[in-house]
Unconditional design. Sequence first.
Length: 157
Amino acid sequence: MNSLHIRYAVFFLVALLLQATLVKFIQIFTWRPDLVLIVLVTYSLREGPNKGMTAGFIVGLLQDLVSTHFIGLSALSKTLTGFVAGSLSGKFTSRAEFFLTLLIGGLVNDLTYFFVYTLGENFSLQSLIILYTIPNVMYTVLLGGFLYYLMETWVSE
């Protein structure tokens, strides 16, 4: 394991810790930024779909273990997101790559998570997208833009 992977492991652990403890204090209505998703997209863009998928599964499972929701749900959504984000590496201009990938990855993550979470419930897909997915993703993208530049200076080789 090289120093870059150790730095990303630290970022993932800090993001998990902050997600579980401090994010509730910057919540707007029911909308919360996903700090783990920001680190996952950054890692997946750098390392590709296979490592992104593996990292997504591991951090998703850790996130499931510290939450009170279904075990495996965050692992599933983060695994798909890591794969999609890694697959999008190099598909956009370098300036917009992170933001567009975080936007798409956030949509994949939240739609997967909320769709499975609400299975069997009387809940419309349209209200799921409008009331939860879009605000969560936009909040994550806005905060992610700031955090991305802080992280990139620390993990650049």
